[in-house]
Design a protein around this ligand. Structure first.
Ligand SMILES: Nc1ncnc2c1ncn2[C@@H]1O[C@H](COP(=O)(O)OP(=O)(O)OP(=O)(O)O)[C@@H](O)[C@H]1O
Ligand SMILES: [Mg+2]
Length: 198
């Protein structure tokens, strides 16, 4: 196989090294064939590569772009959800991309939210207070800011539906097994870079 020949000549392998690498070449070809035919490889979603290891060939498996993308997305969601309390499930899906900026007011709100996001992900500090009529997208844009910041930095973020937080704390007074004590929230909120109190 030309790729094996190339590997041998690139690494200037001696015939002794080549013969000691037969089993690895065999493994590589077998797995590479499976990978190219979209069959399950030894490590699913990973592509086999040949490397030199102490004078012999060895096979390593690297994640494909698709696996990396899937893993990054899962990590992203985990970072956002770790301590968030979101009561309105529609807000979980909110982002700048799905904010409908039809009216001038909505356009201004979106531009403002993007400015706020950039302010925080470039190191800005302090609070931003947003008020306005019900159902106009305050929570939507607040969640969008957190997601945008996560995409630009390693800041830790939390979205907290405040009425739900109060409910959980109140519930913990009578329920000694409850995880959600006042101390728990104080600890979590204090150690977060960016906190939305909704
Ligand atoms: N411009 C918009 N584009 C897309 N979805 C929107 C827009 N405005 C609001 N929504 C959606 O409508 C619902 C209500 O919006 P949201 O909860 O953000 O309003 P709010 O200003 O926080 O209201 P409240 O004061 O009652 O908390 C959400 O599901 C949100 O995703
Ligand atoms: Mg709201």
């Amino acid at each position: 196989r030309p790729e094996i020949e190339k590997f041998i000549s690139d690494n200037k392998m001696t015939s002794d090294e080549v013969s000691k690498s037969y089993s690895k070449f065999y493994e590589y070809l077998k797995e590479k064939n499976k990978f190219d035919n979209n069959e399950k490889t030894a490590l699913s979603g990973h592509e086999p590569f040949l490397i030199m290891n102490c004078g012999y060939a060895d096979v390593v498996y690297r994640e494909t772009e698709e696996v990396i993308k899937r893993r990054k997305k899962a990590e992203f969601v985990k970072r956002l959800n770790r301590n968030s309390i979101v009561r309105d499930m529609t807000i979980k899906k909110a982002s700048f991309e799905n904010f409908n900026a039809g009216t001038d007011e909505e356009k201004r709100a979106l531009a403002f939210a993007k400015e706020v996001s950039e302010y925080y992900y470039t190191g800005g500090e302090g609070n931003t207070v947003v008020s306005g009529p019900a159902g106009t997208g305050k929570s939507h844009l607040a969640m969008s800011i957190l997601k945008d910041c996560l995409q630009h930095t390693d800041l830790t973020v939390i979205f907290a539906s405040w009425s739900e937080v109060l409910h959980l704390i109140k519930d913990s007074f009578d329920n000694k097994d409850s995880f959600y004590s006042t101390e728990y929230f104080m600890e979590v909120f204090r150690n977060t870079d960016l906190l939305v109190i909704d």
